[in-house]
Design a protein around this ligand. Structure first.
Ligand code: CTP
Length: 401
């Protein structure tokens, strides 16, 4: 009974999934949690407050002012009372307001006043969940340190099939229980992560790059930071942004700049995760002026860049862990194992280009983790955020081994 005696504020917002709030409250009370429900007005169209007040054994709060006594509901006290706040279902509207500091109802005022961990379980239709503005708002909330409980796949109220269903009440309970069980597994650890591509300049307007988007490295940074690590994220050019109290983002362009930044971070880091797709070669000279076209052929002479992973592997300290990535198209395991040796990795994360939905640009990834003792773990195709969790778990296991 991990939730016994825990004080939980459940925020219910306007989504058809609000009907699941009744089962969720029932399960929380069965776990001996103390539950106070705050609803938005829109939520009351989907489920009567009386249902939730009966099940939670507490009055349901909706307005700033209590109806009967005329006394003001104190959102600051509510925020301080709670051990956790969970928004379930969290509608696109409420997510948008939370992400942008809006405060036009009691639930949002309580959210803004709270100092406790906040969870949100989105529920919305397929296309809404994919809209860039919703995705950006969700990302912003994660950046504030709020915990996303991802919507599940399945049939939606509209009849469409896809991601958007609020996580089932049983899963919400499991998620909260897991949170109370867990200690911050990387607390006190300094983690350096490389991400994205590198751009190797040919002249002032051209470069040699690659298709890496940085998604995997950014997801890892977020996950490590949520586990309490102090993260230095060194990223090549990408559109991604991240704001997290535990993450320091250093943006670089070329492989050599990335190497410089990594060498500095490596002096104090406990764990180095090298997820960047660093160019192996760079133009020997960079033209000062834009190169004019001449003739039918042109040659750019390339020289090797410094292999960051290999350099850091060569000076790896006792108790330092280095994790690498490998993207292979053939003899994958064998090639990955060779890289463990040549780059002195403790773990390597293998992506195979033969797997559909894995690798550059996808939101999903299918990985195999191999360690320096040749233990091999295969994983299913998952979202990059879930993959990041698996990788961080494997790192924590390795630390404890
Ligand atoms: N890496 C790095 N610096 C480089 C090149 C690669 O830190 N200049 C890191 C990558 O971030 C990754 C690992 O090394 O963690 C594997 O990179 P990859 O390019 O796949 O390996 P290579 O040794 O370059 O082998 P090959 O190109 O022959 O596959």
């Amino acid at each position: 009974m991990l939730l016994k005696g825990k004080k939980i504020i459940l925020g219910v917002t306007g989504s058809i999934a609000a009907y699941k709030a009744a089962i969720f409250v029932r399960l929380l009370v069965k776990e001996c949690a103390e539950v106070k429900v705050i609803m938005t007005k829109a939520a009351t169209d989907f489920i009567p407050p009386l249902t939730l007040s009966t099940l939670s054994k507490n009055p349901v709060l909706i307005d700033f002012q209590k109806d009967k006594t005329g006394e003001w509901n104190n959102h600051v006290d509510l925020g301080l009372w709670a051990d956790v706040i969970i928004m379930a279902p969290a509608s696109a509207n409420t997510i948008g307001k939370m992400a942008n500091g809006l405060c036009d109802n009691l639930l949002l005022a309580t959210y803004l006043s709270a100092r406790c961990p906040v969870f949100f379980a989105p529920a919305m239709d397929l296309d809404m969940y994919q809209h860039p503005s919703v995705l950006a708002n969700i990302q912003k909330l994660i950046g504030f340190g709020n915990h996303l409980i991802e919507a599940e796949h399945g049939e939606l109220a509209s009849g469409l099939i896809g991601q958007g269903r609020m996580a089932e009440p049983e899963n919400l309970v499991a998620y909260l229980s897991g949170f109370f069980l867990k200690k911050s597994t990387l607390k006190g650890k300094k983690v350096m992560i490389t991400a994205g591509p590198t751009y190797e300049a040919i002249d002032p307007v051209r470069f040699i790059g690659n298709h890496s988007t940085g998604k995997m490295g950014f997801a890892l940074a977020e996950e490590a930071a949520n586990e309490g690590a102090e993260v230095t994220l060194i990223s090549g050019p990408t559109h991604l942004t991240i704001e997290h109290a535990n993450i320091k983002l250093i943006r670089v362009k070329s492989g050599n700049q990335m190497y410089e930044a990594c060498s500095t971070a490596n002096q104090t880091s406990d764990i180095n995760i090298m997820a960047a797709a660093v160019a192996d070669y760079t133009p020997k000279t960079v033209a000062d002026q834009k190169i004019k076209k001449k003739g039918n052929e042109m040659t750019v002479e390339l020289v090797k860049t410094t292999d960051i992973a290999k350099s850091l592997g060569a000076i790896k300290k006792k108790n330092q862990l280095n994790i690498g990535f490998a993207l292979e198209t053939e003899a994958e395991i064998e090639h990955a194992q060779q890289k463990i040796k040549s780059k002195n990795f403790d773990l390597i994360v293998l992506n195979s280009l033969n797997d559909k939905g894995a690798g550059f640009g996808h939101d999903t990834n299918k990985i195999t983790i191999i360690d320096n003792q040749n233990n091999i773990q295969h994983f299913e195709l998952k979202s990059k955020r879930e993959v990041a969790k698996d990788i961080i778990n494997a790192i924590v296991q390795k630390l404890e081994a």
